[in-house]
Design a protein. Structure first.
Length: 235
């Protein structure tokens, strides 16, 4: 993460249009969430906990109009200098299925890190668009004009797929590239392979993460090959 200062966009200004649109359809709201314990919080191939375990919790409120808002929190470890030991993501988005097979999700995500010591500011915004086919294949694009709080543009692109091997077991694979040229002079590529077993509302997941050598130069000690195990309860 980059600790350069930046001026955060007011969250209420971002969320107000979503709340106003959802309010008239309060009877059609759907609440859901996920509680997770993971052996290593890995975000886009980079460990956010220096290889340590993390509890995580996410909640989502969605309307039948397709509009939704969500909160997601996790432990992080960026060292004593920055101070923050938590990440809180605030999301306002829209999700729509069309032509029966396609799904489009567009959201604005605000990544925040409560407790970060001034003058450092790690918070930043990203617009994320995901197109999914048959609930199986996906392509995602993330765009930020202040990527990792650097004050520069960053673009994240990802493609992936799910491969069912029975009613309860599946594999998921993805490949991605994070364009950080403007911020750090170099980007990096990554790949991930996950095995997921579902028992009722519980998912058991084991994931292998791989990043290119450029990621290890950009994020020494927290990039490279690693294995993560997690258990999630979906409610």
């Amino acid at each position: 993460m980059n600790a350069s200062a930046s001026t955060p966009t007011p969250l209420l200004a971002l969320a107000a249009p979503i709340l106003l649109a959802v309010a008239p359809t309060a009877a059609a709201l759907d609440f859901s969430g996920t509680a997770t314990a993971t052996s290593d919080y890995v975000f886009r191939g980079i460990s956010q906990t220096r290889g340590g375990a993390a509890p995580q919790l996410g909640v989502k409120l969605a309307s039948d109009t397709g509009l939704y808002g969500s909160l997601w929190a996790s432990r992080v470890d960026y060292g004593a200098t920055l101070g923050s030991d938590a990440e809180l993501d605030l999301v306002a988005g829209w999700n729509h299925t069309f032509a029966e097979r396609w799904n489009l999700d567009v959201n604005l995500t605000r990544f925040t890190y409560p407790g970060t010591r001034a003058p450092a500011n790690l918070d930043y915004n990203e617009v994320i668009t995901t197109l999914t086919l048959d609930q199986r294949w996906w392509a995602m694009l993330g765009w930020s004009e202040n990527v990792l709080a650097s004050g520069e543009r960053g673009i994240y692109s990802e493609v992936g797929g799910k491969f069912p091997l029975g009613d309860a077991f599946r594999l998921e694979a993805l490949a991605a590239y994070y364009d950080l040229d403007d911020a750090y002079g170099s980007g990096y590529s990554r790949a991930q392979l996950s095995a997921i077993y579902t028992i009722g509302n519980v998912d058991l997941r084991a994931s292998g993460h791989w990043t290119s050598a450029s990621a290890e130069r950009l994020f020494p000690g927290v990039a490279g090959s690693r294995v993560e195990a997690a258990v999630s309860w979906n409610f």
